[in-house]
Every structure is written in C-alpha cells, then in structure tokens.
Design a protein around this ligand. Sequence first.
Ligand SMILES: O=P(O)(O)OC[C@H]1O[C@@H](O)[C@H](O)[C@@H](O)[C@@H]1O
Length: 286
Amino acid sequence: MSTPIPLTRHQGLEALELRAPDGAAATLLLHGAHLLSWTPAGAGEQLYLSPSSAYATGQAVRGGVPVIFPQFAGRGTGLRHGFARTKPWQLVSAEVGSDDAMAVLRLQDDDATRLVWPHRFEAELCVRVAGRSLEIELACENRGEESFDFTAALHTYLGLGSLLDASVRGFSGLHYWDSIKNSEQRQRVDLLLPEPPLDRIYHQVEQDLTLTEEPVGRPGRRVTIRQQGFADAVIWNPGAEACAQLPDMPDSDWQRMLCIEAAAIDRPIRLEPGESWAGMQSLVLE
Ligand SMILES: O=P(O)(O)OC[C@H]1O[C@@H](O)[C@H](O)[C@@H](O)[C@@H]1O
C-alpha cells in the first residue's frame, strides 16, 4: 500500500516533502530536481544548504544535491554544469510506501535545451529515503535518431560541524585529476584530510567512500557513500578565498561543507538512439 505525497511549496518553489514511516525525510524541489535536505530516521540534517542561496527560475541552488547534466563544469561548449539544475522538472510520482518515501521527476528536451544541446532525451531523477539511507538515481534515455555524449554528476554537498574534524577514506591507489594544480596525480594513502581549496576528480571509484567527523568531546558521525554507474568521484571545497567570491554562500561556510559527488566526467556516457543509462549515489548514516 502506498500514499501519494502532495506537492507543496518551499522558498516559493514547488517542492515535495518526503517522509518515510520511520521518520526518514527529504525535501526535493521540482526546480532542478534539487534535493535540499536529508534527515535520516532519528538523526539531524546531513546536507549543507547555503542560507544565501537564490531560489529563482534559471538559477542554481547552492547546496543540497544539484543535478549536473549534460555537461560537467566548463568541459564543453554548453552551460557550466549543464542546464538540468536550473530547469523545472515534471513530477512523475511521489509516494510513501510501507517502509520508505520515494519520488521520481522527469526532464525532457525542449526548444531551450535543444538550442544549447541539440539532442532529444528524457532524464529521470529518483530519490528514496528509508531509515538511515538515501538513494539518488539519475537516468537518461536517448529519444533521438543520433547518438550523443554527456557528462553528469550528483553534486552532493555534505554538511559538516567543522571541516577540521572531517576525513574521507576510500581513495587509496586511485588516480585523480587535480583541477587546482592542473595535473594528474595518484593517491597512495587511503585517508584524505581535506585541506582546501580542494577540487579533484578521482577516477575508477569502485569502493565505498567513508566520510568521518570526529569532533573532540562530541559524538562523531560516519556516512558511507556508494556509487554505481558513475566511474568518477569529485571532492570539492572552495576554501576561504574562492568561497568569498561566491555570491550565494557566506564567506566562512566553506568550513561547514564538503562536496562528494558521484560523476561521469573522464569518459563521457555515450548513448545510441533508444539506449539508456542510469547512475546512482547512495548514502548511509552509520
Ligand atoms: O559554482 P558552481 O558552478 O556550482 O561549481 C561549483 C564547483 O563544482 C565542482 O563540481 C567543480 O569541481 C568545481 O570546479 C566547481 O567550482
């Protein structure tokens, strides 16, 4: 048995409040299919959301989980980080099940998207919360008559008490592109103590990543991050200087976030007519 979730409004935009029977919850905007909030059952907010973010048509929200499609960053001739994060998506379904809450949103090509990316496509984003877990799945189908390539990411902003207490594990032996040093590097140790500015694209990420926060005298936190269908993982923190240049983020908030993104960048996804692809990022609060 399932119960439909009604559309509501958040910051003046259409939104869905997902709440599973066990209390796990998430807030999803139709604008950009942007996930703003994730609170696992019995726990607090896990995502960073900028208090100075804009909520307006054509603008991207700073924080939560922006959907990056069909272009990652400036790697192409299209819009930086693609158009998906600034377009209105359509509601396909949203319901509370016996042990979860789930929503599916859809984006199709239109005159505006074909102007910047001349392809016919149908993308879907599915968000599911249950207990201590969050699953975000992005899928895309080629609805046209020619093949196309795209890059994509689920640009997850994890919220932190303090970056100083945070570490990430799971990168040992991986090669990465350091976008700040503009060079390819290899990570030898497993442990990453984020020292911003940090902007890396790790390749061939097959193992789970673990974000740990260990504040002195306060309870710690561990989130396991798994990805499927996405070969790369991006770690990004702007640091003090670049954060001060961001109009939609308070100057000191780089200390309160770390982006861990499931991404397909290094080898763009190629879809032949009629073909489809799906990639998922799942997060579990231990
Ligand atoms: O400011 P934007 O467009 O949301 O991008 C934020 C960051 O997104 C990350 O994914 C990129 O690796 C960074 O280079 C970029 O600065």
